[in-house]
Design a protein around this ligand. Structure first.
Ligand code: ATP
Ligand code: MG
Length: 579
């Protein structure tokens, strides 16, 4: 492609809203353009890279025998009511009505639709196993769309759904997808880690997230360097220390005027935070905003509450759980903002983190204005409705598998695989008949790759202060031939020749034949991140050009032919190294 004929529009500066490198560089390179908050369009270069990722995905899915189909983004509400998720999904689901008032949603995911298709199409074990996938646009009205393609409200996802006759079949389908995902993200040039994940609103029994490591990622993972434990921090749990041997001291209520936070309590009473109990006052809300029940969650003072774990314990959809209105909760349960402890509450579910019962002589709120209680001991002084792990894992906590200190890292969730089991086949009646004409529920799995988020993750891991540095596999074009002075015949002719021989070799090449200053051309090539640049300048007369990789700062001088062969060899070896 000749740049003189192609639309590119690189920006000197990124729009103010862009905070992270991938967002900045995708906008500055003109690959994407914003339409509305969390809604982006793809320009020619950007769309080429999206299609490259889609092709890698397609290729790996096909290799596992999955079949590509394409379903509508418009989904009838009835199917979601059948599965029970119409009310579970909350405001993230983009709901629409047609002119007759019939309800639909713009699909955030497609479990219901694929289950519906399969219950109609499949009747016999002979048609199994089956894995259907699509590469399709998804809609989620995210509470906080941000970081461009990372968390958008419209995005491209590859979603696949497997259907098996038994657990062994599901295990195989799941592992196939696990392998396919490993290949996909490797081929996209990502440094990533598959980690155990929470299966959240999807339901089901097992899940892994594929996390591209990055400081700006919204996922946090915990992993162990001594064993294979790796999980999202939402999911990771640790071994609680053995119960302390300390003697139980006498309970005492102390006056703590206006001393509300853990920091204040610890300073005022001269206690380490580890000796205090933190209260988190929550409520389960109905859709109309009324309170279904109050929940008081307690963790050690220096710990954080893990909302995902709490929500899972409560067994309600995530959007129904939020912090409680302290005044209202006070009236109903006897909690006192800043002074709530696990003793003295009523009409409220008390959830205590698994670590607390083993800890002796703790300090907690007294459920009385300006008072705390010290020397609280589980069993003697307070009880729980539920004792379970509800804390966030911290660096250095003991690994649940081997006891070594765990490490934390941040990353971008680029894909997730779930074992759904019979959750959807049961609620929606998706069955098959076995050899003896007996009916059984289908076992399902679901598997998602965020195609457009993967694009952003690639840029996040591959850029420098001058722009993107595409891995060859995802680059919109592989080589750019830059003519220093487009009006110099010798330069133009040699560049044309090189460009043509690149095309002849099947290499995706750009020819920068624009009537621009060389500096502008170099800057654009860097921003666009084309992996190889062949610069045709003054030495064209003697047949020499500059050959430079985007990721390196030095160029080498080569003849035109040598440069073409070097580019071809580089592309081949790069693509091979990603397999
Ligand atoms: P997140 O936790 O980041 O909200 P999710 O777990 O809800 O994501 P899934 O339902 O597992 O997402 O969707 C499959 C994949 O789709 C994710 O792994 C991610 O790559 C992508 N994805 C999900 N939400 C978005 C979004 N708002 N914008 C871009 N990609 C997304
Ligand atoms: Mg997910």
């Amino acid at each position: 492609m000749r740049l003189s004929k192609m639309h590119i529009n690189t920006l000197r500066e990124a729009p103010a809203e862009a905070e992270i490198p991938s967002h900045i560089w995708l906008l500055r390179s003109g690959m994407i353009r914003k339409l509305a908050s969390g809604v982006y369009g793809f320009m020619p270069m950007g769309y080429r890279s999206v299609r490259k990722i889609e092709e890698i995905v397609r290729n790996e899915m096909d290799a596992k025998g999955a079949l590509e189909i394409h379903m509508s983004a418009i989904q009838p509400a009835e199917l979601w009511m059948e599965s029970g998720r119409w009310y579970v999904m909350g405001p993230e689901m983009w709901r629409v009505k047609d002119r007759r008032g019939r309800e639909f949603c713009l699909g955030p995911t497609h479990e219901e639709i694929f289950t519906d298709i399969v219950r109609n199409e499949v009747s016999s074990y002979r048609q199994l196993p089956l894995n259907l996938y699509q590469i399709q646009t998804k809609y989620r009205d995210e509470a906080r769309p941000r970081f461009g393609l990372m968390r958008s409200r419209e995005f491209v996802m590859k979603d696949a759904y497997s259907f098996d006759r038994d657990e062994a079949g599901l295990d195989k389908s799941y592992m196939d997808m696990f392998d396919a995902y490993t290949n996909i993200f490797k081929r996209c040039g990502l440094t990533f880690r598959p980690v155990e994940a929470d299966s959240g609103a999807m339901g089901g029994s097992g899940s892994h997230e594929f996390t591209a490591l990055s400081e700006v990622g919204e996922s946090e993972i915990a992993y162990c360097e001594c064993c294979d434990m790796a999980a999202t921090t939402e999911r990771a749990f640790t071994v609680d220390a053995e119960a302390g041997a300390e003697a139980e001291l006498e309970l005492e209520t102390v006056y703590t005027p206006n001393v509300k936070t853990i920091e204040d309590v610890s300073a005022y009473l001269g206690l380490p935070k580890e000796k205090t109990i933190k209260a988190l006052l929550m409520a389960v809300y109905e859709d109309d905003g009324t309170v279904r029940e109050y929940v008081a969650a307690f963790v050690r003072g220096d710990r954080e509450l893990n909302m995902t774990k709490l929500v899972n314990v409560l067994g309600v959809p995530e959007h129904m759980v939020d912090f409680a209105d302290e005044n209202e909760m006070h009236g109903k349960t006897g909690s006192v903002g800043g002074f709530t402890g696990p003793a003295g509450l009523k009409n409220c579910r008390i959830v205590v983190d698994s670590e607390l019962p083993g800890l002796r002589n703790m300090c907690a709120g007294a459920c009385k204005q300006d008072h705390h209680i010290i020397n609280m001991n589980y069993g003697r002084d307070y009880k729980a409705d539920i004792i379970t792990d509800i804390k966030k894992v911290r660096e250095g906590d003991a690994c649940c598998k081997c006891g070594a200190p765990v490490k934390l890292a941040r990353g971008i969730e680029v894909g997730q695989v779930f074992k759904l089991g019979t959750k959807y086949s049961k609620s929606m009646g998706a069955c098959y008949k076995d050899e003896n004409m007996q009916e059984h529920l289908l076992l399902m799995g679901s598997y998602g790759v965020g195609v457009t988020r993967t694009l952003a993750a690639v840029v996040e891991q591959h850029h420098d202060e001058r722009g993107i540095i595409w891995p060859v596999s995802v680059a919109p074009y592989q080589v750019i031939v830059t003519i220093v002075k487009s009006d110099e015949t010798e330069q133009r002719e040699l560049a044309e020749k090189i460009y043509q021989s690149l095309l002849d070799k099947g290499i995706e090449a750009l020819l920068d034949d624009r009537d621009e200053r060389a500096g502008v051309k170099f800057m654009d090539a860097d921003i666009l991140g084309i992996p190889v640049r062949i610069t045709v300048g003054k030495k064209a007369a003697s047949g020499l050009v500059e050959y430079k990789l985007r990721r390196e700062s030095e160029f080498t001088e080569k003849s035109g032919e040598e440069a073409v062969s070097a580019a071809a060899a580089f592309i081949e070896s790069e693509l091979r190294s990603l397999i």
